[in-house]
Structures are given as C-alpha cells and as structure tokens.
Design a protein around this ligand. Structure first.
Ligand SMILES: N[C@@H](CCC(=O)N[C@@H](CS)C(=O)NCC(=O)O)C(=O)O
Length: 213
C-alpha cells in the first residue's frame, strides 16, 4: 500500500493521476496547505521541504518516502514498468519533457499566479516577466503537439506531469494569448478524457470536500 500526502493543486494531482493510471492501491491523505499542514513535524518527517505532494511506499518490507512530484512519477513508473520507457531515445524524450515541466511551467506559472493574484503589491515588471515566460513555455508544448497526440510518443509521465499546469495556464492566460495554443488545448482535452484522469480528479475533489466538511 502507498500513502499519498497531497492537496488539490496542479502539483498535488500529478501522483493521483499516476497511481490511478498504474492501478496501484493507495491511501489519500489530504494535507491542507492553506492551513499550514505541510509544515507540521509529522509531514516534515516525510518531506523536509514542507511541500506537497509526497508518498510513502509501505510495500516490500521497508518504508520508502519520496517527495518532488517528478521523482514520485519516475519512482512509480519504475515500480510498475508503466509510462516511462526503460531505455533509449524514448526514455530521454520522456524525462526531458518531465524536467521541462518541474523546472519550467510549474515555477513560472506559479510565480505569475502569485504576482497576479496574491502579492500585496502589484508589480508590473514581475507580472509581465512571468506571464511572458509562461506563455513562451506553453508555446513550446503547443509546437511539440502540432503533429503528435502525446508529448513523448506513447502516453507517458511527461503527459501526466504537464497536464495540470498546462490546463491552469491555458485558463489563467486565456485573454493574454494562450487561446491561440490550440494543439495544447486539444491535448488537455485528450488527456482529460482518460478514465484514470477523470477518476483521479473526482477522488481528489471528493477528498478535499470531505476534509473541509
Ligand atoms: N517542485 C515541487 C513543488 C511542490 C509545490 O510547490 N507544492 C505546493 C503546492 S502546488 C506547496 O506545497 N505549497 C505550500 C508551501 O509552499 O508551503 C514538486 O514538483 O513537487
């Protein structure tokens, strides 16, 4: 059994999608980041970085904790042999598009969102900088998808990791130019129609509502 500690955010939904795709048994523990539950000593013992998501794999005799969403997806892919080719060009194409997300669209869209919606002061330079870079990165994905169904050949962890942030960027930046990214939009619809993705989104939504009472 795998324990998953997460919340309903684009980073938090990635391992839920992956666990559903892989058909693994897991327990969902909702860590309310708006209430600071990611900074409790119990959670910091699992992820000293104090951010969701994290997993503890309790199978195989020894508990194994993994944090960082990209590392969690690679861990689960290697555990099951699913969604990450074992070797060769296809493996490195998948990994490069996975790292592209965790080091690119995630942080850039996260900062754009922060400076646009949360910062106490409106800083036009910061808003413009993160908007421009987010749109550029989403454009790279859009271009890649102009002649293929999935980001790295067959459906893979590259699609799982990019899905939530692409959807959030397309919606948040719709009036700022993201509405022209039609290949990316079609891909989010393709990925979003997968039964495992639908199940993951529903479970996370239900778990959040139950937690909030
Ligand atoms: N690079 C990390 C980012 C994780 C992250 O930023 N998590 C956010 C939610 S999306 C979080 O826990 N925020 C609460 C905080 O920073 O205290 C990953 O991909 O797992």
């Amino acid at each position: 059994m795998i324990d998953l500690y997460t919340w309903q955010t684009p980073n938090g939904e990635k391992p839920v999608l992956m666990l559903e795709e892989c058909g693994l048994d897991y327990r969902l523990h909702m860590i309310d980041i708006s209430a600071g539950e990611q900074k409790t000593p119990e959670f910091l013992a699992i992820n000293p970085n104090g951010k969701i998501p994290a997993i503890v794999d309790r199978e195989g005799g020894e508990d194994h904790a993994v944090f960082e969403s990209g590392a969690i997806l690679i861990y689960l892919a290697e555990k099951t042999g699913k969604l990450l080719p074992a070797a060769g060009t296809a493996r490195y194409e998948t990994l490069q598009l996975t790292f592209f997300q965790v080091g690119g669209t995630g942080p850039m869209l996260g900062q754009w969102h922060h400076f646009t919606n949360a910062a106490p002061e409106k800083l036009p330079y910061a808003i413009e900088r993160y908007k421009k870079e987010s749109l550029r990165l989403l454009g790279v994905l859009d271009d890649r998808l102009k002649d293929r169904d999935f980001l790295a050949g067959d459906y893979s962890i590259a699609d799982v990791v990019n899905f939530g942030w692409a959807r959030s960027g397309l919606s948040g930046l719709k009036d700022e130019g993201a509405d022209t990214l039609t290949h990316l939009k079609a891909w989010t619809e393709r990925v979003g129609s997968r039964p495992a993705v639908k199940a993951a989104i529903e479970k996370l939504d239900h778990a959040k509502r139950s937690k909030q009472g």
